[in-house]
Design a protein around this ligand. Structure first.
Ligand SMILES: Cc1ncc(C[n+]2csc(CCOP(=O)(O)OP(=O)(O)O)c2C)c(N)n1
Length: 594
């Protein structure tokens, strides 16, 4: 079977389990090769191949609606729905998205990227189908990691009272990005151990095994009581071997043919079939390109902003670091012997817990990816900021990020934090400033403070000076134009003007909030046309804050804002900057006009 000839999942209907196993192996080989060139979420996708094949065999997508949680594991779904040919463009500019996209296929019924939304969305689908009088199955596929998100529980709780039907598949690979955490993952482990005992012990015919299994489950039910999902009103099947097509189909058909809501617990092996990924599931969760033969990455060893910031925080004594499931993404391995608390994919809980620590005079570092911090808006505002608590919030992946696409762009955090009282927002332009700002945030500042940094590499140079108040820095002096920006973009802008012999004042707005009024007054005084360049949306941006302050003064100057007008899709940063008119040439064009 040539994967490129697949137009849709209908062909699976008359395939035998053996043929489907063969197909799964073919898909596995294809993914290992293809992702080695484009990068992507390899390990998660290798683990869910058989389950996806079985789902498309048993159900009729898109009539039956399959919703993938997070969506990073939907590659086999894309292949089975006719998109194998586009895999060379995966995550590239204008290419195939790494997540479900409604514009790509009618089989991508709901878009995801942030975790733990699938069951809530599925509840909405079921309700819409009820109102429309349509009978079809709605299936949420959610990982055990994503089950640590509160939203999943809210939905399970809410829907448990409903007499409509939904199928929830828990893809349990014992992993989030890092090892999964929490009491629920312990419960899954216990269920797995009990069941494993049953199935590996007996070398007896299937019907006896089934009787035994039913008997043992009944005994277990009466001795231990129902598990949490059964108590909440769901039939619970499993654990099912997620690499055994026959078993998967059997359980999915059972679920299809019942009227009650069902949770199927599927046990899978993250990275299945590719040894390097199986041996290091964390490293292979999301990857850039690699050598299939050696399992090596060409770019390993570069210093990222996440690593640099972690190093800077590690200099702070007695700090507690709280992470919502992002030990590896936020490069927090450094803290493994210290107070590092992984709370699961629970950004809101992480923020309120940080408030609880801070109010007890504990030093807290709370790193989020910009895009995931959105989940904690109210917890940050209501619990940390309103009470003016000393929590240092790291905002990683700030600005445009490559490859993941519109669900992951870090372009809203400045608007979000600018709307809050008490809080300071800063962005270092280089490592020297990162160390100084971290020192300021922990040792001088007393309230909440955000330090944001991008997904890119950086050179480690230690701080030589101190920042003792929220101030800007004039990096370059000139006669024709003022440029204001922050973060590593400042260095880029310096290069642009130097290369093109433009005589510019360049202001490093390393504090985005509060702004440095003395510097803005200086800008008003020199009266030169001014460009404010940012990598975020305009509403609530530094540009708007500066203009708002300037409007209180009698002198007016010509100010041009460059920022983001719509959410960038996936692709490399250079292409995205060009598309959003934020690249070097666009800057030059604006400067010339000014
Ligand atoms: C709200 C939110 N926080 C964090 C993430 C980052 N993230 C992507 S996948 C993932 C782990 C998901 O684990 P699981 O659902 O078990 O899937 P697996 O990769 O193990 O198959 C995390 C934390 C996210 N996508 N959304």
């Amino acid at each position: 079977m040539d994967l490129f000839n697949i137009n849709g999942p209908e062909f699976l209907k008359d395939k035998s389990s053996n043929e489907l196993t063969e197909l799964s192996n073919k898909i596995r080989g294809f993914l290992i090769e293809s992702i080695s060139k484009t990068g992507g979420h390899l390990a998660s996708n290798l683990g869910i191949i058989e389950l996806t094949v079985a789902l498309h065999k048993v159900f009729d997508s898109p009539k039956d609606q399959i919703i993938f949680d997070v969506g990073h594991q939907c590659y086999t779904h894309k292949i089975l729905t006719g998109r194998a040919k586009e895999f060379p463009t995966l995550r590239q500019f204008k290419g195939l998205s790494g997540f479900p996209k409604r514009s790509e296929s009618p089989h991508d019924v709901f878009e995801t990227g942030h975790s733990s939304t699938s069951i809530s969305a599925a509840v909405g689908f079921v309700e819409a189908n009820r109102q429309n009088n349509i009978k079809q199955d709605v299936i949420a596929v959610i990982g055990d990691g994503s089950m640590t998100g509160g939203l999943a529980f809210e939905a399970i709780n809410h829907f448990g009272q409903n007499n409509q039907k939904m199928i929830i598949i828990i893809n349990d690979n014992e992993m989030s990005i890092s090892k999964n955490v929490g009491a629920l993952s312990k419960l899954f482990r216990e269920i797995r151990i009990n069941k494993q005992y049953l199935f590996t012990k007996s070398k007896v015919p299937h019907f006896v095994k089934k009787l035994l299994s039913n008997f043992a489950n009944t005994v277990k039910y009466f001795v231990d009581g129902p598990n949490i999902f059964e108590s909440l009103g769901y039939n619970y099947y499993g654990p099912v071997d997620g690499h055994n097509i026959k078993e998967l189909i059997r359980h999915l058909e059972l679920a299809k043919n019942t009227d009650k809501s069902v949770i199927i617990h599927v046990k899978t092996d993250k990275g299945k079939g590719y040894e390097p990924a199986q041996n290091n599931k964390v490293r292979w969760h999301g990857v850039g390109n690699y050598s299939v033969k050696t399992g090596e990455f060409p770019n390993d060893g570069v210093l990222t902003w996440s690593k640099l910031i972690s190093t800077a925080v590690s200099k702070i004594e007695d700090v507690t670091v709280i992470t919502p499931a992002m030990i590896s993404g936020s490069s927090l391995e450094l803290f493994e012997d210290r107070n590092l608390i992984d709370v699961g994919i629970a950004e809101g809980h992480a923020a309120t817990m940080a408030a609880g620590l801070a109010i007890n005079n504990k030093k807290v570092f709370l790193p989020f990816y910009s895009t995931f911090a959105q989940r904690a808006y109210d917890n940050i505002l209501h619990d940390i900021v309103r009470q003016n608590l000393h929590v240092v919030i790291g905002i990683d992946r700030a600005g445009i990020v490559p490859f993941d696409g519109d669900t992951h762009q870090g372009i809203f955090d400045i608007s979000m934090f600018n709307a809050m009282v008490n809080i300071k927002i800063a962005m270092p332009k280089d490592s020297v400033e990162a160390y100084m700002l971290m020192d300021y945030a922990f040792n001088i500042n007393t309230g909440p403070m955000v330090i944001r940094y991008p997904k890119s590499k950086v050179i480690d140079k230690k701080a030589v000076d101190k920042i003792d108040r929220p101030s800007w820095k004039k990096e370059l002096t000139g006669n024709n134009v003022n440029i204001i920006s922050y973060g590593p973009d400042v260095n880029r802008l310096i290069k642009i003007v130097e290369k093109n012999n433009i005589s510019a004042n360049i202001y490093n707005a390393r504090f985005i909030k509060p702004i440095d009024h003395d510097m803005v007054d200086e800008i008003l005084d020199n009266g030169l046309p001014t460009l404010i360049y940012e990598n975020v949306v305009e509403s609530g941006s530094l540009g708007q804050t500066v203009i708002s302050y300037m409007s209180t003064k009698s002198k007016q100057i010509n100010v041009k804002l460059m920022n983001i007008k719509s959410i960038p899709e996936h692709g490399d940063v250079a292409s995205l900057l060009i598309e959003h008119k934020l690249d070097d040439n666009s800057v030059l064009e604006v400067l010339r006009k000014l």
